[in-house]
Design a protein around this ligand. Structure first.
Ligand SMILES: Cc1ncc(COP(=O)(O)O)c(C=O)c1O
Length: 438
């Protein structure tokens, strides 16, 4: 009889062969193959890990989750990493944590104002509305696409309690200025690091400056677990609160499968519950269940080993796009990194100059007809989105750059799956488009 270890070895060997047969070679045929803006990049290690985790059949947070979180923690240089089922969940949890009664007078309350931008992704803003606070939208600058610092200063009122913004498309916002303003006004800062995992500001990784930060592992991002995300913090109290919100609101912090790690499971008093009520079933927050599975974490653990090389490829692809688009300075505004930043670019973002003889929609349509994927800067101007109209928000002063971006901006991918053949093909398509407009 074959023992289960031998069967397992055989399955893993076959998995490696399967990867090589099914995925290893993908030929690019110009005009026939798609130039995607993003996509998962992986080899046999991710599939082997996913299979290993499936064969463990532990399913919930387990050995791979521990490994994945530790790798993120080491990469960023941050103490606490809480894995979640998406970047949006991470944003929700980071924000929810700041509403906890455990923070006393520092907690966020309904009616408080939270500074954000309207040129971004919706789930950076949704939690603010979901918790009854008021998003205050500040305009962004072009060509950095991050919050305008002067306008941020002017947007602050006695009701302002928090700044919740993303490092747009991997480009860090002016972190020194934001943290200084936050310090002066005693504001919480949440960095939405979903598009910037691996970016640096003055030699330090983004996601380590604010009180809390978030990551997304959706396939478009720097690494993937399919769906997935994380909340990061150096603050032990905030980490405990995030964990509680993530794990049904429970007070107990034992890992899955563990019991009584505090040694006081049956000897404490909580709320109006009887003394000694099982701590495992004490709920100190109105929580969710937004945890990651061990199969996702297993994929993430393998992806983490590739992250530095992925970031390098993103920077190279960004530079390749820059050299292509800089041939047409009369039409395009090219992106610029924030002073002191070294972005692991999520994308190459382009804005049409006023007076260009074509519209954003025309060029984007032409690219798409030629199988080259583009995207807009997410929601454009979020205040104009149907789901956001009618909600309580404030526009700090004006959103003229945001509106300009909504109408004139698009981006191409920089993901590591993008090759020189793809950028060369795109360059030829761009050239034929420009010639047709002259
Ligand atoms: C800036 C930003 N924040 C949050 C998210 C949400 O991440 P997820 O898709 O994992 O929910 C995204 C998604 O792409 C994003 O770009």
């Amino acid at each position: 009889m074959t023992d289960h270890k031998a069967i397992r070895r055989e399955i893993i060997e076959k998995t490696v062969l399967y990867y090589r047969e099914k995925f290893a070679s993908a030929e690019f045929i110009p005009g026939k193959s798609r130039v995607n803006y993003a996509g998962r990049v992986f080899d046999e290690n991710e599939i082997v890990n996913a299979v290993e985790a499936s064969l463990d059949f532990w399913l919930t947070e387990g050995r791979f989750s521990e490994k994945f979180a530790e790798k993120i923690s080491d990469f960023l240089g941050i103490e606490h990493v809480l894995l979640t089922n998406s970047g949006s969940s991470a944003n929700l949890l980071a924000f929810a944590a700041l509403t906890s009664e455990k923070l006393g007078e520092k907690r966020l309350k309904p009616g408080d104002e939270v500074i954000s931008v309207a040129a971004g992704f919706p789930s950076t803003v949704s939690p603010v509305i979901q918790y009854g606070l008021i998003p205050v939208f500040v305009d962004v600058t072009i060509p950095g696409y991050n919050i305008d610092i002067e306008m941020l200063r002017q947007a602050i009122t006695p009701k302002t309690r928090c700044i919740f913004i993303a490092h747009t498309l991997g480009n860090p916002f002016d972190i020194d200025a934001v943290m200084q303003i936050a310090g002066e006004h005693d504001l919480w800062v949440i960095e939405d690091n979903c598009d910037a995992f691996g970016s640096e500001y003055k030699g330090q990784k983004t996601g380590t400056f604010g009180h809390l930060s978030t990551i997304s592992f959706y396939p478009a991002h720097h690494i993937t677990t399919g769906e997935g995300g994380a909340v990061c913090t150096n603050d032990s109290q905030l980490a405990a609160i995030v964990r509680s919100f993530r794990d049904w609101g429970r007070d107990c912090y034992c890992a899955g499968g563990e019991n009584n790690t505090c040694g006081k499971r049956f000897s404490q008093k909580f709320g109006d519950l009887p003394y000694g009520f099982d701590h495992k079933y004490v709920y100190s927050e109105i929580g969710y269940n937004l945890k990651m599975t061990d199969i996702q974490a297993a994929i993430g653990a393998a992806q983490m080993d590739k992250l530095p090389a992925f970031c390098q490829r993103r920077k190279e692809n960004f530079n390749e796009w820059r050299s292509i688009f800089s041939k047409y300075p009369e039409y395009f505004i090219l992106p610029e990194a924030t002073d002191g930043a070294d972005p692991a670019w999520f994308a190459f973002i382009v804005t049409l100059k006023e007076g260009a003889p074509f519209s954003r929609d025309e060029i984007v349509r032409f690219f798409n007809e030629n199988l080259i994927e583009t995207r807009n800067l997410f929601a454009g101007n979020i205040t104009k989105q149907p789901g956001f109209i009618g909600h309580d928000f404030r526009v700090a002063s004006h959103l003229s750059n945001t509106d300009y971006i909504m109408n004139n901006t698009f981006f191409l991918g920089t993901f590591p799956g993008l090759t020189g053949e793809m950028t060369a093909y795109t360059e030829s398509v761009l050239k034929s488009f420009i010639i047709s407009k002259k």
